[in-house]
Design a protein around this ligand. Structure first.
Ligand SMILES: *Cc1c(COP(=O)(O)O)cnc(C)c1O
Length: 471
C-alpha cells in the first residue's frame, strides 16, 4: 500500500505517463487492433499475494493495456460522436478523485451541491434555456432520459405508478431516428416498448409534426394515454434537428410531457448562431445534453434541465430515517433529482473547463471544429469520386465513395462497407457508418479537443487513397 504522506515519486511517474500519452497520442492506431480475448489472456487468473511496485504496474499498462485501448482523444478519432476531454478536465477529475466525496445530499458536501447548482445556471443562461428551469448533473443522457420518462409517467398517472405499478395504456412518441436510449427507458419504465410509437421523418430525417399529431389523436380515440414525446435536437445517425416549436404546440394541446434530447448537439447552443435549434423550448418540460461529448469535459457528465423540479423530486424522493437532515427543503439534495443515491463530484470539472477556457475560448474551439467540417465537406464534394450525402452540419458530415462509373446501389454499399473497414484497420483514423434511405454512408465527426487542419488533411488523404485501391 502506498503511503498517503509520501507518494510524490509515484505521482510524478503517473503525471509523466499522462503527459507522454497525450503528447504521443497521434502515433497510436486510433482504433484498437486487438482480437477478442487478446487482453484477457494476458491478465493472470488471480491477483498477486504480495505488493507490486508502481513501475511494474505501469510497464504492464504500456505493454498489455494500451494496445487494447481505442484512443478517443486522438485528433483523428472521427467515429460515433466524440467524447472529448481537455487537460483542464483531467486535472479537475484528478482532484475529484483525491477528495473522493460521495455527494448524495447537500450535507455530504455542500460545496459539491452548490457548485453544481451554479454550473447548471452558467450553462442554462448561456444556452438560451429558460431562466426559470433548474439543472442537475447526471451520469449519462440515457439516465437523464429515463428520469424524464419516469417523471412523465408519474405526472400522467397522478404519481400513482410508483406505488401501484404502471398502467398498460401509456404511450411515448419519438421519431424513427431517435437514440436507442429512448427505447431502453420506455422498457425500464414499465411503459413497455410496444407503447413506443416511432414517427416518420422527412427528407432531412426530422420528425414530421403532422404525422405525430395524427398518431396521438388516433391513440386517444382508442383509449390510449399519450404520456411523453421525445424530440431529438441532433439525432445520432445524422444530427437531424426535429422541429421543436410545432411539436411543443401539439404537446401543449394534448397535455403531454415533452423531453428534448440534445445529447450531442446541445453544446452548440453555446453559440448564439445555433440557438434557433431550440426555438419553442419554453413549452417543453425537460432538456438533456452531454458536456462529455463535445464540451471538453471528460466522460461522464450529463446536464439535465427541467421546468418543474417538484415533479422530478416527487418522482424520485425517498426519505429513510438515516437520510433525514435539518437542512432539507432549504438546499438541493440531488439524490432526489435522479436514480442513484450516490453521486460523484462532477461539477468540479465543469468549473475548471468553463473558467480555464472561458466562454469565448469554448466558442472559438467549437467554431473551429465547424469550420474544419466545412473544409472537409467542400473537399469531399470537390473530389469527383465521393458524394456528400447530406449537407455538413455542426461538426458532422456524411459521405460515400461513389465513383461515376458505378451506379449499382448494392455494389456501392459493399464498396463503402469495405472502405470503412480498411480505414479503421489501418489505424490512421476511426470512422463509423450509418444507413440513410438504404445507402451505406460514412460519418465524419471532427470534435476532438486538439484536432487541427493537418489532421483533417491526413484524414482526407487516407480516405481517398484507400478508396482508390478498391476499384
Ligand atoms: C450519445 C447520445 C445519447 C446517449 O448518451 P449517453 O450519455 O451515452 O447515454 C442519447 N441521445 C443522443 C441524441 C446521443 O447522441
Amino acid at each position: 500500500m502506498l503511503d498517503r504522506n509520501n507518494f510524490s515519486k509515484e505521482a510524478e511517474l503517473v503525471s509523466q505517463w499522462v503527459q507522454n500519452y497525450l503528447k504521443n497520442i497521434d502515433s497510436f492506431p486510433v482504433k484498437s487492433q486487438v482480437q477478442p480475448k487478446d487482453i484477457y489472456n494476458q491478465i493472470p487468473d488471480s491477483p498477486p499475494l504480495e505488493s507490486e511496485n508502481l513501475e511494474s504496474i505501469l510497464k504492464d499498462l504500456n505493454e498489455i493495456i494500451l494496445p487494447g485501448i481505442t484512443h478517443w482523444q486522438h485528433p483523428n478519432y472521427h467515429a460515433y460522436f466524440n467524447a472529448n476531454s481537455s487537460v483542464e478536465s483531467l486535472l479537475a477529475e484528478h482532484i475529484t478523485t483525491a477528495i473522493a466525496a460521495q455527494c448524495m445530499i447537500w450535507e455530504t458536501s455542500p460545496a459539491a451541491a452548490e457548485l453544481e447548482e451554479r454550473m447548471m445556471e452558467w450553462l442554462r443562461d448561456n444556452m438560451a434555456l429558460p431562466k426559470s428551469w433548474e439543472g442537475v448533473i447526471q451520469d449519462t443522457a440515457s439516465t437523464a432520459t429515463l428520469a424524464a420518462i419516469l417523471t412523465a409517467r408519474e405526472i400522467k398517472t397522478d404519481f400513482r405508478s410508483n406505488v401501484e405499478g404502471v398502467p398498460n395504456n401509456l404511450r411515448v412518441y419519438c421519431s424513427k431516428e431517435t437514440h436507442s436510449s429512448i427505447e431502453k427507458a420506455v422498457a425500464i419504465s414499465g411503459i413497455g416498448t410496444k407503447n413506443l410509437v416511432k414517427i416518420e421523418v422527412d427528407e432531412k430525417m426530422r420528425l414530421i409534426p403532422e404525422a405525430l399529431e395524427k398518431r396521438i389523436e388516433a391513440d386517444i380515440a382508442q383509449g390510449l394515454v399519450p404520456c411523453c414525446v421525445v424530440v431529438a435536437i441532433g439525432t445520432t445517425g445524422t444530427v437531424a434537428v426535429d422541429p421543436l416549436k410545432p411539436i411543443a404546440r401539439i404537446c401543449k394541446k394534448h397535455d403531454i410531457f415533452l423531453h428534448v434530447d440534445a445529447a450531442f448537439a446541445g453544446t452548440a447552443l453555446l453559440l448564439p448562431e445555433y440557438q434557433w435549434m431550440i426555438e419553442g423550448i419554453e413549452e417543453a418540460d425537460a432538456f438533456v445534453f452531454n458536456p462529455h461529448k463535445w464540451m471538453f469535459t471528460n466522460f461522464d457528465c450529463t446536464a439535465y434541465f427541467v421546468k418543474d423540479v417538484q415533479a422530478l423530486v416527487k418522482t424520485f424522493e425517498v426519505l429513510p430515517e438515516y437520510l433525514k437532515t435539518k437542512t432539507r427543503g432549504q438546499v438541493n439534495d440531488y439524490r432526489d433529482w435522479g436514480i442513484p443515491l450516490g453521486r460523484r463530484f462532477r461539477a468540479l470539472k465543469l468549473w475548471f473547463v468553463l473558467r480555464s477556457f472561458g466562454l469565448n475560448g469554448i466558442q472559438k474551439r467549437l467554431r473551429e471544429h465547424i469550420q474544419l467540417t466545412e473544409y472537409f465537406a467542400e473537399n469531399i464534394k470537390a473530389s469527383g469520386n465521393f458524394e456528400l450525402v447530406l449537407p455538413a452540419f455542426l461538426n458532422f458530415s456524411c459521405f460515400r465513395f461513389h465513383p461515376p462509373h458505378i451506379q449499382d446501389e448494392e455494389q456501392l454499399n459493399q464498396l463503402n462497407e469495405e472502405l470503412v473497414q480498411q480505414i479503421n484497420a489501418s489505424g490512421h483514423l476511426y470512422l463509423t457508418h450509418t444507413k440513410i434511405k438504404g445507402k451505406y454512408v460514412l460519418r465524419m465527426v471532427i470534435g476532438q479537443t486538439y484536432v487541427e487542419q493537418k489532421h483533417v488533411d491526413h484524414a482526407l488523404e487516407v480516405i481517398k487513397s484507400m478508396a482508390e485501391t478498391l476499384v
